[in-house]
Design a protein around this ligand. Structure first.
Ligand SMILES: [Zn+2]
Length: 400
């Protein structure tokens, strides 16, 4: 993990260019993000990852057991879904999602910045291609002596060893088991650190094992990352910028302004001509979208039978429901995308995220009806109750 000084300077330059030209813009947070926001821990924007994800090489959405539904985007060939618009944001969000604090993650970031600039294919020296078995400093953590191969095997991390998600999984395993320096369970100690400088030094000594090399650059990069996340640098706005008013849709906030920044689009033919979905329902859908973290496509709004399969007048017909079809929303029947949308529907209705996640995974259960904030809300998914709801999430919201 030794490197000449010029490489550090080069990496720092890249970092500066990167921070100035790729500012993170504010957006709605996922439910997990909101929860962590309450603890003053910051995610970078998880939005738009579908557009920029370079590591999308497979579709894990067909397997609800292995796919994480926390963030609902940026799938890759690892079972871990990364969110963020670039590798650095993905690394940040990965560790935040694991429950580490801003300080702890910034300490990691400062080191990884200098080690690999967050590139899973960073090699030093670079003359060996990307072969992980040869003795180079290799990948995100700059594993040496071909160690990465053993770590991948021991950790059981799935996916390509060249992918960022896989390497993050490997790293997380090392923190919880055996670090590259041979230390056991360094995560426990890391979690007790609340001082940035200490976090940087701890990682450099116990993870990287690189003595004091590039210490100043690591510290400087860590400070920049911490500021980047908390808005202290002024050069960019973190994902939390529009949540500072406290109206980011937390489950126990029942104010009517609580609609988040989510977006809803109506597929052509979703509504009957001249008969749009009502504003109150659209607002609820936006709230769900904000929690889900992605635009929701309403595939059936008012263009629906007047009656439900049970003979009641459908909420659709009166403009108070939308079906979120799986194929239009990049999901699969009974798959994790539907689980995530269902969960968001329930969280928006006041369920705790934990409870909602559990309920969303139920198959062939009942219609979930809630009353919240003056609305009667129905979330239906993964069941034949009220019709076939395996291929779409029904979201209904009407006054009363
Ligand atoms: Zn429906």
């Amino acid at each position: 993990m030794m490197k000449p000084r010029w490489l550090h300077i080069l990496m720092l330059l890249f970092f500066i260019i990167f921070s100035v030209f790729l500012p993170v813009k504010g957006s709605a947070m996922s439910e997990a993000q909101q929860k962590i926001f309450q603890r003053k821990i910051y995610y970078f924007n998880a939005e738009a990852c579908g557009a920029t994800a370079p590591d999308t090489s497979g579709d894990v959405s067909a397997d609800p057991e292995t796919a994480s539904t926390t963030l609902g985007c940026c799938q890759n060939d690892s079972s871990t879904q990364l969110s963020g618009r670039n590798p650095a944001e993905k690394v940040w969000n990965f560790f935040i999602d694991k429950g580490l604090s801003n300080i702890q993650v910034a300490g990691i970031m400062g080191n990884l910045q200098v080690e690999s600039s967050f590139s899973p294919t960073a090699m030093y020296p670079s003359t060996h291609g990307t072969d992980p078995t040869v003795d180079v400093a290799w990948g995100l953590g700059q594993w040496t002596n071909g160690k990465a191969v053993g770590v991948k095997r021991d950790s059981g991390a799935s996916g390509s060893i060249l992918s960022l998600a896989t390497q993050l999984d490997m790293m997380w395993w090392e923190l919880n088991n055996r670090s590259p320096t041979g230390q056991q369970h360094i995560i426990n100690k890391l979690k007790t650190i609340h001082n940035l400088s200490e976090a940087v030094i701890f990682w450099q000594i116990y993870y990287e094992g690189s003595g004091t090399q590039g210490r100043a650059q690591r510290q400087a990069a860590a400070i920049t990352w911490k500021n980047h996340a908390t808005g202290g640098s002024g050069s960019s706005t973190p994902a939390t910028a529009d949540a500072t008013g406290g109206d980011c849709g937390s489950s126990d906030d029942s104010s009517s302004s609580d609609t988040g920044d989510g977006k809803v689009e109506f597929a052509s033919g979703a509504n009957l001509p001249g008969k749009p979905v009502t504003d109150v329902t659209t607002d609820y859908l936006k709230k769900v979208s904000g929690i889900y973290g992605k635009t929701l496509i309403c595939t059936t709004g008012t263009n629906h039978d007047k009656y439900t399969v049970d003979g009641n007048i459908s909420d659709h017909y009166s403009g108070h429901a939308c079906d979120i079809g799986m194929s239009a929303n990049h999901g699969t029947d009974d798959g994790p995308v539907g689980d995530a949308i269902m969960k968001a529907c329930l969280v928006a209705a006041g369920d705790s995220p934990k409870e909602a996640a559990k309920t969303a995974k139920i198959r062939n259960g009942p219609v979930q009806t809630r009353t919240n904030n003056g609305l009667r809300i129905q979330c239906i998914w993964g069941t034949n109750a009220g019709g076939n709801h395996h291929n779409h999430v029904h979201i209904g919201a009407r006054p009363g």
